[in-house]
Structure formats: C-alpha cells, structure tokens
Write a protein that binds this ligand. Structure first.
Ligand code: PFF
Length: 456
C-alpha cells in the first residue's frame, strides 16, 4: 500500500471536470492543424489507419498508465516518479523520466505558441472580411504574407504566451476548469458545420477516400503516425500525469481514458473530413505542410452563408483549444518549481513562460529569416528548419520514448498489487490493460523506432 498522499496543488471538483480538462489538453492544434497536414503529407488512408491503431493499442493503454502514475504519486511528474520508485523499492534513477517530460513540454510549447499565434491573427483577418469570395491563390498569398513577417509572428507568439502564463498562474481550478466546460462542445459543433459545408463542395467523397483508402506507407511515415498518437493524446511527457495527480481516488481511470481518447479521435477525423474536400474542390495540394488549414478553411469561410461569423468563431475556438493544451504543457514544470523551490504559482509560471517564449523565437524565424538554415540527421531527417527539428524530436522521439518507459514502469517496475489497487477496475479490463502495457505497447514502439531508421 502506498503512503496516503494529497496534492498540494488542489483537486478537480469532480470527474467530469477532470475529463474535460484532459480532453482540453488532448484536443488542440494537434487535431485540427497538425493531423490534417501530416495525413496529407503522408498519403492519407494507410497513415490514418496506422494512427488509429496506435491510438487504440499504444495510446490508450499508456494514457491509463500515465494517469494512474500521476494519481498514485500526487505530485509533479518528477517527484511522482521519485516517490513511486521509492514505494516500489526501485532505482531512484526513474526520476529522469519526469525530467525528460518537463523538457519535452517546454520545447513543444515553444513552437505550439507560435502556431497558436497564426490562429489568433486569423481571427482578425476573417473578421475584417478579407476572405470574402477569396480564391486559392488569394488565401495562399495571405498566409505567406503572415509567416514571412517575423515581427507579426513575434507579437502573436508573445500574446499567446502571456495568456498561457496567466491561466497557469491562477491555478488549476479557477483557470482551466471554467474555460473547457463551455468551449469544447462549441468547437465540436462548429466543426460539424464546416463538415456540412464540405459536403456541398461536390468533392466530399474524394476527401473521404483520401482519408480512409489504404495506399503505400514508409517506415518514417509509421513513426510520424505513432508520434502523432502520443502528441494528440498529450502522452509521454507528464501532462496527463500531472492532471491525474489532481484526480480524486474514487474515480475510474479506465473509463475516463476511453472517453478522452474517443473525443480526441473524433475531433481529428472531423477536421480531416472538413479539410480534404475543400483541398480537392479547389485544386490544392494535400501535402502543403503546416499552412494547410490556413490555406483551406478560409476558402470555406469566404464562400459559405454567414462565413465571416463562422470563421471568426472557428478560429477563436481553435485558439481556445490551443490554450487549454498549452496550459498542460507547462503544468509539470510549474508544479515542480512550486514543490521543490517553493516558488509561488505566479513566479513559477512566469519563469517557465519566459524561457519558453525565448526558445519560441527559433520557430518564429524558421518561417522567414532562418528559412534556409536547415539541419540533416542521417537516418532521421533531411533539411529540417529549427521548427521542423523541434517538432520531429519532441513528437516522434521524446514522447514515444517517454511513453515506452511509462509503460515499462507501470508493467514491470510497479508491483501488480499496486497497479490493480490504483486502477480498481474489473479483472478482465485490468488483465487486458496489463497485457497491452507489458508486451504489445513496448514492442510496438520499439518496432516502429527500428523500422523508421531502416534497421528492419
Ligand atoms: N495534445 C495537444 C494537441 O493535440 O494539440 C498537444 C499536446 C499537449 C502535446 C500536451 C503534449 C502535451 F503534453
């Protein structure tokens, strides 16, 4: 039996709030901005299928494990790993897993904030009516104008980081709970409206075909699909662990995890179904890269009835979705500073936020002045900008590696009685979960890693 702990940071009011907050963390730019463009770059159907398999066989079991570790440790991921290793009389070195998570969250937020800034600037562009009756070339040049201007990107990045620090500083309950309760359902509704518009383009089935018909796939694309399963579910870096640490003991982790993973997946698929018909109807390139949603959705807004309003509300919600994810990206680091250095939440949030802001400058410049400064790493990637490199290393390497070790810790390091007690689920469910984290998940991650570097 673990010692009875309580979180010094407070607790979620109830289970629904936890589910909403974790869904708020999971649903973000990853679903609406990233999923469509990487599906487009990697050929659609097979990529999507592998992504779905990764969600079910790797993501969901790891989510259950990660929330479980958090709730048992009831501290920041660094201290949770230290405490759990001690409870189980294991090597204290497991603490590095917490540190890697903190680093990954910090690096992800540094570029996440810049992209969220694009979405913010699109609220105002849409409101100004510049997309009325716009052509594909028109949206393209509006997007290029934005990203080639470092000052504008920097201004939006700064505003987004200030917003993130403000909520994190206020604490978990007052900030995050309020925002997610209303905004998530609204985002869902708006996505459905855009999917309905996509059905009127006459290219809906072409979009669906692209998303779901199998085709060729490479080892690298499989790694990207797996990395994205981690990214989109906020796994492998302690974000979901720290949220789990604020969850009270009587709630079912398994059920909650299933709901979070389902909601996240539905939002990503809806985004794909909204975007690809518009891509094909306008002769756009599905592999256009990170600008994809910014070059497709405005066409829909420029041509549908009431499009300006729908567009403004959509980009506003996208910013909110990004905001509720951004908060969870620095919560592990902030919780650690509060626990170990006695910082106030405000001071901790500002310290981490400023550091993140600074690293974000690299991403701001990746789209303009540093566009041609690229890096290649043999077997991994060629000619990547600073942004591409950060994105690749965090999503495709650090998160899966973190997830792999979370699975190994939950399955092989913790005693069976500990995990059974903490999950308190029915025996069949427990055994399925344990089998997955013991064998399937670790093997799958290792095989995908080996395949991506061409070793198998
Ligand atoms: N899941 C978020 C998204 O899909 O946008 C991004 C994210 C949040 C990744 C928190 C990792 C994390 F810990």
């Amino acid at each position: 039996m673990a010692e009875q702990r309580t979180s010094i940071h407070g607790q979620w009011t109830n289970r629904t709030v936890f589910i909403l907050a974790a869904t708020g963390s999971a649903v973000g730019l990853g679903n609406i901005w990233k999923f469509p463009y990487i599906a487009g770059e990697n050929g659609g159907g097979t990529f999507v299928l592998i992504y779905l398999l990764c969600i079910g066989l790797i993501g969901l079991p790891i989510m259950i494990a990660e929330i479980m570790l958090g709730r048992r440790g009831k501290q920041s991921p660094i201290n949770t790993m230290k405490a759990l290793a001690r409870d189980e009389h294991r090597n204290p070195g497991w603490v590095w897993l917490g540190w890697m998570g903190v680093l990954a969250g910090f690096l992800i937020l540094s570029y996440y904030s810049v992209i969220a800034g694009w979405a913010m600037s699109y609220i105002f562009r849409t409101a100004g009516g510049i997309f009325q009756g716009v052509t594909a070339d028109g949206v393209n040049s509006i997007f290029t104008d934005l990203v080639s201007d470092p000052e504008r990107l920097l201004a939006w990045h700064t505003i987004f980081m200030v917003m993130t620090m403000a909520v994190v500083a206020r604490g978990v309950k007052n900030g995050i709970e309020k925002a997610v309760t209303y905004l998530m359902p609204l985002l869902f509704g708006l996505l459905i409206i855009i999917v309905i518009y996509a059905m009127t383009t006459g290219h809906f089935m072409e979009g669906i075909d692209f998303l779901f018909s199998p085709g060729e796939i490479t080892g690298k694309a499989i790694l990207i699909a797996m990395g994205h399963a981690f990214f989109t579910l906020s796994l492998g870096m302690g974000a979901i662990m720290v949220y789990g640490s604020y969850l009270s003991d009587e709630h079912s982790i398994v059920q909650a995890s299933i709901m979070i993973a389902l909601a996240d997946t539905v939002v990503a698929l809806l985004a794909g179904m909204a975007i690809f018909p518009i891509v094909f109807a306008n002769g756009l390139e599905p592999g256009a890269g990170p600008g994809l949603i910014f070059q497709t959705l405005p066409i829909a807004f420029g041509h549908m009835q009431g499009g300006t309003l729908v567009g403004v509300v959509f980009f506003t919600l996208l910013v909110f979705a990004a905001w509720t994810s951004a908060i969870s990206l620095i919560e592990p680091a902030v919780a650690y500073l509060v626990e170990n250095l006695g910082y106030s939440r405000i001071y901790a949030a500002v310290t981490i936020g400023m550091l993140t802001w600074f690293v974000g400058l690299g991403t701001v410049f990746s789209f303009n002045v540093w566009k041609d400064k690229t890096l290649s790493i043999p077997y991994l990637f060629d000619n990547f900008t600073f942004f591409d490199t950060l994105d690749y290393l965090t999503a495709n390497i650090m998160l899966p590696l973190g997830g792999l070790f979370i699975a190994l810790f939950a399955a092989w390091v913790m005693r069976k009685e500990s995990t059974r007690e903490e999950l308190a689920t029915d025996p069949l469910m427990y055994n399925i979960w344990r089998f997955l984290v013991q064998f399937v998940t670790p093997l799958a991650v290792i095989v995908v890693f080996l395949k991506a570097v061409g070793a198998i």
